[in-house]
Write a protein that binds this ligand. Structure first.
Ligand code: NAP
Ligand code: MG
Length: 486
């Protein structure tokens, strides 16, 4: 199998120490999906320098010219949708239907941010002095380091890189070790779209080696990160010490609140989808359902009935509702939480282990698992599990439910199921999350709207939509005074 190299300065470059790493299919670990370069600090430095060299010309290029390249990339990705979706599904274990949806989202992100290349990026401000033209312009930061997780290997690299690029920055992407092939497919697409050498670079390898090298390289002027809180706080410290801009999107412990008046069948469909699709590995996945006590038994029955019939399959199987989890250590962590749940934190009513049978023997599968009567302070109700595990927690009323929902360190997204307008408005006012949903899934947010969380879920900035301009640019205020008067 040929090795996929790094994409640096418009060339495909191996690791300087010759090391490579096989990427295996988490649905069947016998299958090697591809081989990638396992790179060193040298490749990071080369990429950062290539990006720095490319920056002045890219910055000067008119927005509409940058837009044409992003539009072309969108068209090429659309043409390769099925191929990239299959690669994503095999590399990372995302059910093929959702993988197609994610690649389509990548196409949409490229198109959306291409449009930004045509839009105004500043404002004219009335000056108090006569005949003076005062205005703002948004300027790029320079080389941006992009560090991404494995769970959305097309969408997250693109929702960071596309705005970075359209506003005139150049990019060095360090994708997750569990999903580098998909990131290299994105590099191929930019290459084919004719992006100038060095404007977009991808270096594959271990985050603990390459991450620090990227953030501390003197050419790098900003870092945008999505991943765990532990790595995020490390990145924040490095970036703050160096005095560069940083943006962090991290964990969640997203709650769905179900009130007694809700349509329980619809709520159960949506909660199960939020909790179990893609094996619960979305940062916006539903991991707690906080249910009014009078209906919790009825709701739990509906959830269990649905969960027990979910098809758990290899990710490329068209009928897969959930596939495997991404790797062995994630599976071990999820199973540890399930054991904690069984040891007295709740009552197990569905799943609780590893599915049995020849289809599952070589993959990292976990049964969709549900606990009821979980205490709000239990580990499975407080900590991010990132697996197909749902905790049902009883509440007295909407006020109590909101207090429980807010009683965790995270604040990414939340749902409320009700037709009671008063309850809904109280929830909108009091819930401490960045994305507030009513009669809708905690996951499933849209790319043209701001994305991000409260509390420990993010670093108070927002991604996607028009909000991206805040992170990827800095503002210059200009005043022009005609020296001779007008
Ligand atoms: P992770 O372990 O934090 O890794 C994220 C990225 O950081 C990977 O590219 C990783 O590289 C890299 N990295 C690791 N150590 C580093 C270091 N010392 N310095 C710099 N970079 C380093 O997270 P993950 O396990 O991939 O993803 C799961 C987490 O992401 C969950 O907590 C989830 O909630 C969060 N997430 C959040 C959002 C959101 O938008 N809020 C979206 C998706 C996921 P390697 O892969 O090589 O280790
Ligand atoms: Mg990790």
């Amino acid at each position: 199998m040929t090795t996929k190299h790094n994409w640096i300065g418009g060339k495909w470059v191996p690791s300087s120490n010759g090391e490579t790493r096989a990427v295996r299919n988490p649905s069947n670990t016998d299958e090697v999906v591809g081989v990638v370069a396992w790179s060193t600090e040298k490749e990071i430095a080369d990429a950062a320098e290539a990006a720095q060299e490319a920056f002045p010309a890219w910055k000067r290029l008119p927005g509409p010219a940058r837009a044409r390249i992003l539009t072309k990339a969108a068209q090429i990705l659309a043409g390769r949708l099925e191929e990239v979706a299959q690669l994503l599904s095999r590399e990372q274990g995302k059910p093929i239907g959702e993988a197609r949806g994610e690649v389509q989202r990548g196409v949409d992100l490229l198109q959306y941010y291409a449009g930004e290349g045509w839009r105004s990026v500043g404002e004219v401000i009335p000056s108090a002095a006569p005949d003076t033209l005062m205005y703002t312009i948004r300027e790029p930061l320079g080389v941006v380091g992009v560090i991404t997780p494995w769970n959305f290997p097309v969408a997250i690299p693109l929702w960071k890189s596309a705005p970075a690029l359209i506003y005139g920055n150049t990019v060095v992407l360090k994708p997750a070790a569990d999903a580098p092939l998909t990131a290299l497919a994105i590099a191929e697409i930019f290459e084919e779209a004719g992006i100038p050498p060095g404007v977009f670079n991808v270096v594959t390898g271990s985050g603990s080696t390459l991450g620090d090298a990227l953030i501390t390289h003197e050419a790098v002027k900003a870092v945008t990160f999505t991943g765990s809180n532990a790595v995020g706080s490390h990145i924040a410290q490095l970036a703050a010490a160096k005095g560069i801009k940083y943006q962090l999107e991290m964990g969640g412990k997203n709650a769905a609140i179900v009130l007694a008046d809700a349509d329980l069948d619809k709520a159960a469909d949506i909660v199960v989808s939020g909790a179990m699709r893609f094996a619960g590995q979305k940062c916006t996945a539903t991991s707690r359902a906080i249910v009014e006590r009078s209906v919790i038994e009825a709701f739990a029955d509906k959830v269990v009935e649905r969960v027990q019939s979910l098809p758990v399959r290899p990710a490329t199987d068209e009928s897969a509702y959930l596939g495997p989890v991404v790797n062995q250590s994630q599976r071990e962590q999820i199973l540890r939480y399930i054991e904690t749940g069984k040891a007295g934190e709740g009552r197990l009513v569905a799943g609780g282990g590893v599915p049995q049978g020849p289809m599952y023997e070589k993959g990292y599968f976990v049964e969709p698992t549900v606990f009821v009567d979980v205490r709000p302070d239990a580990a499975i109700a407080q900590e991010e599990i990132f697996g197909p595990v749902l905790a049902l927690i009883p509440a007295d009323d909407v006020k109590h439910a909101i207090a429980i929902a807010n009683g965790v360190r995270y604040g990414l997204s939340a749902s409320l199921f009700t037709n009671d307008l008063t309850a809904a408005m109280r929830y909108i006012r009091d819930i401490e999350v960045g994305m507030v949903r009513i009669n809708a899934e905690t996951a499933g947010v849209e790319l043209q709207a701001p994305f991000g969380g409260y509390k420990a879920s993010s670093s108070y900035s927002r991604e996607q939509g028009r909000a991206a301009i805040e992170f990827f640019t800095q503002t210059k205020t200009v005043a022009i005074v005609p020296s001779g008067g007008l």
